[in-house]
Design a protein around this ligand. Structure first.
Ligand code: MN
Ligand code: MN
Length: 456
């Protein structure tokens, strides 16, 4: 477990190709909806059929068949029917596709001194000062009253304008309350324009921006039925002189979402059924119709078992209880600049492969899904047999803090769950860093897990 994986993967063209695909994914997919759109196209190309279409046509499914289901354009399940009955359990891998960001408010536009501004409400755990004086893009959708959807994607094409939140110059921030670290939520306002519409009687600059929006079919009131996310502009890049790492937005948890999805696309005729879950709202507690708390997981599984001719209430409950799950979510990598909260001996390191957190939670394991040793013993064999390198880790020193994932929400069905993901530096910052060998090893680990023979 102590090996640095670069010994194995230096100049490995498969790894480089995989990571190029990953960089494209996180550069193009900066919202849940963009991730789902990508995943649907990839799933269909890999032979997955729409659950909704199958229900409509009455077509039945059998061992080896692949089905996908989408919930509200923000949650997705990819399922491959195993040779064994589904009630014998499913090998599940679940990642989240939401990332910390700023959201435009429902009434975002206002005018202040010489500017038109866009008001935001941040989403998830951000350090607010990191989001100011940096180029930002708007991604999302506006829904008109008649149901028409207008897609928004401004700031990521070369020719696009970008947005930014202004910051105070150092010359004027001598008072402690003006220091950058004192940024609060209501200060996170995007600068959107300075040209006035001289025909307007008041709010001339805001009116001019509304004129521009009108050309795109958007009116001020439409922001109420919109979901517009403010994300860092620009593409993911290689990090370091040796190009060993990747710097980009949204790697918590799209690095695990991508690796899980790629593993799911390659599943062929598994012995036990496989499921890949891509879920929303993890960063704000997994609540809501598209979060892991929702009944969506059970409902979609029931539908799939039904068209496989294997549904009844008891079989559904058995399927869930007999399942095994990798909660594929990132963990914190030991940081060379901020060593204090880390225990170097027990925390995750770049270059040492998939990170397995037996438990997360905070102080005294509070709120943790503490994985069972019987399950971990079996997993060790799965990974060792597939020559997968992994590290047994925690997240930070005891009592330094902590965090959660979707693991406990799946464990409530009585299934075995463990957190298994990629170590990340600068987690929740506009630019997060990962190490390429860890990404590739996570993908290999997820493939081995989907192919595994025994699940309990
Ligand atoms: Mn996460
Ligand atoms: Mn997170």
């Amino acid at each position: 477990m102590e090996t640095n994986l670069w010994k194995k993967y230096k100049n490995n063209s498969d790894l480089e190709r995989f990571c190029e695909g990953y960089k494209t994914f996180i550069s193009d997919c900066k919202t849940e909806r963009e991730c789902i759109k990508y995943a649907i196209a990839a799933a269909e190309a890999a032979g997955y059929k729409s659950l909704r279409d199958l229900i409509k046509s009455g077509e039945k499914i059998k061992a080896g068949d692949k089905v996908y289901s989408v919930n509200m354009n923000k949650t997705m399940m990819l399922f491959c029917v195993g040779e064994k009955p589904i009630e014998d359990g499913i090998n599940i891998i679940g990642a989240h596709i939401d990332s910390p960001r700023l959201d435009l408010k429902a009434t975002p536009l206002y005018e202040s001194v010489d500017f038109c501004m866009l008001d935001t409400h941040y989403y998830g755990g951000i350090k607010k000062y990191q989001w100011i004086a940096t180029p930002l893009a708007l991604h999302g959708v506006v829904i008109k009253k008649d149901g028409q959807a207008i897609e928004i994607n401004i700031g990521d094409n070369e020719d696009d304008p970008v947005f930014c939140i202004s910051d105070l110059l150092p010359h004027l921030d001598r008072k402690p309350e003006n220091k950058f670290k004192e940024v609060n939520g209501e200060d996170l306002n995007l600068i959107a324009g300075t040209i006035p519409d001289d025909k307007a009687e008041k709010d001339k600059i805001k009116t001019n921006i509304l004129n521009i929006l009108k050309e795109k079919g958007i009116e001020e009131k439409d922001f109420f039925s919109a979901e517009i996310e403010v994300v860092p502009a620009g593409r993911a890049r290689d990090l370091g002189l040796d190009r060993s790492m990747i710097l980009g937005y949204g790697q918590d948890d799209r690095v695990c979402a991508y690796t899980s999805l790629m593993a799911a696309l390659e599943v062929e005729n598994p012995e036990y059924s496989t499921m890949c879950l891509l879920v929303d709202k993890e960063e704000i507690g997994s609540i809501g119709a598209t979060g892991m708390h929702s009944q969506y997981f059970e409902n979609a599984l029931a539908e799939i078992m039904n068209i496989a001719g294997q549904y009844n209430e008891l079989s559904l409950r058995r399927a869930m209880a007999n399942s095994a799950m990798l909660s594929s979510d990132v963990t914190a990598a030991v940081d060379p600049n901020f060593m204090a909260p880390f225990n170097v001996a027990t925390d995750a390191h770049f270059g040492k492969g998939l990170s397995l957190n037996k438990y997360t939670g905070a102080g005294g394991k509070s709120g943790a899904n503490d994985a069972n040793p019987e399950f971990i013993g079996w997993l060790r064999k799965v990974f060792d047999d597939a020559d997968v390198t992994y590290q047994a880790t925690e997240m930070g020193k005891v009592d330094e803090g902590g965090g959660g994932t979707i693991a406990y929400l799946m464990a409530k069905y009585g299934m075995n769950v463990i957190d298994a993901g990629v170590p990340v530096l600068n987690m929740h910052a506009p630019s997060e860093a990962t190490c390429k060998v860890d990404i590739y090893e996570a993908y290999r680990a997820y493939k081995a897990f989907f192919a595994s023979k025994r699940i309990k």
